[in-house]
Design a protein around this ligand. Structure first.
Ligand code: NAD
Length: 351
């Protein structure tokens, strides 16, 4: 995704990470600490050069500020981006060195998993700092795999969006799901339980087959999923899926899914509005994962996670009402709300 042109860009702090012996090379970007410590995962990926890693960190850190503020979490936004070494390397030593770097920030940045990192990496980080989540869950406490929480949040967002558009629930609705991995498969379970019909697509045929067998879902090729006859389209694979071509092909009235950065460009939000389709902004719907991660850091229980995730639905309702009133794309209104929530005077207000 390109950075949104309409977004405000408060000062960004960068901490360059470089320790040759440990193979550590990357950056921590802190976008906002207005609501609390900058929270956002650690991406471990191959980048052509330092500026490509930096650009990714900036864009991802900004996105975390908006997502955390919108979910009303006591966190700002940040992200770590580490460059995967080209040759052999000691993974434990690398993530331990990263943990030391996080510790030097004295809690201004809280890390967790992101693309390319795992629970065992976070355990290595945790040997040097407490400012880390995404570790092994303890019974009754928040933590562990965030995907079921993300799926529940998307489901609730979809349920309230269906209420807004159709005046009813998801029973009897057809939902097309692109990507039935961790989140998509859990979402299908919830949708089937709610009485929705499923149409699924994934580059992995075995994953589709599992959903077909379990829930009687129809399977279509990936290239056809956005255009199938459905009431709701749920992108749960990669970002950038909504472009001019997919928007014009859509038969669904609602787009609501887990994938990050679904809009291939800002203009697409306008195209969805012109077509009268309801788009639930990705970062509003998919906040369940970060809600779980933040609860782990704050030593909260799974009940508290559930309560926070269940607030996503009413939040979507209010957002869609406001967008309809102002005749603006919901993504523009979401950014406006998140920016309001990032203002220090809003942060000080009791919940
Ligand atoms: P995953 O890797 O478990 O699942 C992704 C699925 O999409 C896989 O089944 C994969 O085969 C499929 N896929 C990949 N490329 C595809 C393509 N081009 N066309 C069709 N299918 C394709 O990932 P996940 O954890 O389920 O996350 C799904 C999306 O939700 C991602 O965009 C992720 O960033 C976002 N998200 C996930 C969480 C979470 O808690 N896991 C939280 C917030 C956002």
């Amino acid at each position: 995704m390109v950075a949104r042109a309409s977004r405000m860009t408060p000062p960004m702090e960068y901490v360059r990470l470089y320790e040759e012996a440990a193979g550590l090379d990357g950056v921590i970007a802190i976008h906002s600490t207005a609501r609390g410590p900058a929270a956002g995962g650690c991406r471990f990926w191959t980048y052509a050069d330092e500026s490509a890693a930096m650009a990714d960190a900036v864009r991802l850190a900004e996105g975390m500020s908006y997502k955390n503020a919108m979910a009303e979490l006591p966190f700002g936004g940040g992200k770590a981006v580490l460059r995967r070494p080209a040759g052999a390397f000691d993974r434990t030593a690398l993530f331990e060195a990263f943990g030391e770097a996080v510790e030097r920030l004295e809690g201004r940045y809280v890390t967790a998993e992101d693309v390319g990192t795992s629970v065992s990496d976070m355990e290595a980080v945790a040997r040097h700092t407490n400012h880390v989540a995404g570790r092994t869950a303890l019974p009754g406490r928040a933590g562990g795999d965030p995907s079921p929480w993300t799926a529940l949040g998307v489901f609730e967002a979809m349920r309230f969006a269906a209420g807004f558009r159709f005046g009813g629930g998801l029973s009897g609705m057809t939902v097309s799901v692109l990507g039935v991995g961790n989140v998509g498969a859990h979402l299908c379970d919830l949708l089937a339980e709610a009485g929705a019909r499923l149409v699924v697509a994934d580059i992995d045929p075995a994953r589709c087959a599992r959903i077909a067998e379990k829930h009687g879902a129809s399977i279509v090729p990936v290239s056809e999923i956005s255009g199938v006859a459905a009431d709701v389209f749920a992108p749960c694979a990669l970002g950038g899926v909504l472009d001019a071509a997919t928007v014009s092909a859509l038969q669904a009235q609602i787009v609501c899914g887990a994938a990050n950065n679904q809009l291939s460009s800002e203009d697409v939000a306008g195209l969805l509005l012109e077509r009268g389709l309801v788009y639930v902004p990705d970062y509003v719907a998919n906040a369940g994962g970060i809600i779980n991660v933040s609860a782990e850091y704050l030593h909260e229980s799974t009940d508290e996670v559930r309560q926070r995730v269940l607030q996503i639905g009413p939040r979507v309702s209010a957002l869609l009402d406001e967008a309809a009133q102002d005749a603006l794309p919901p993504s523009t209104v979401a950014d406006r709300i998140a920016e309001r929530l990032m203002q220090p005077e809003r942060v000080a207000e009791p919940a």
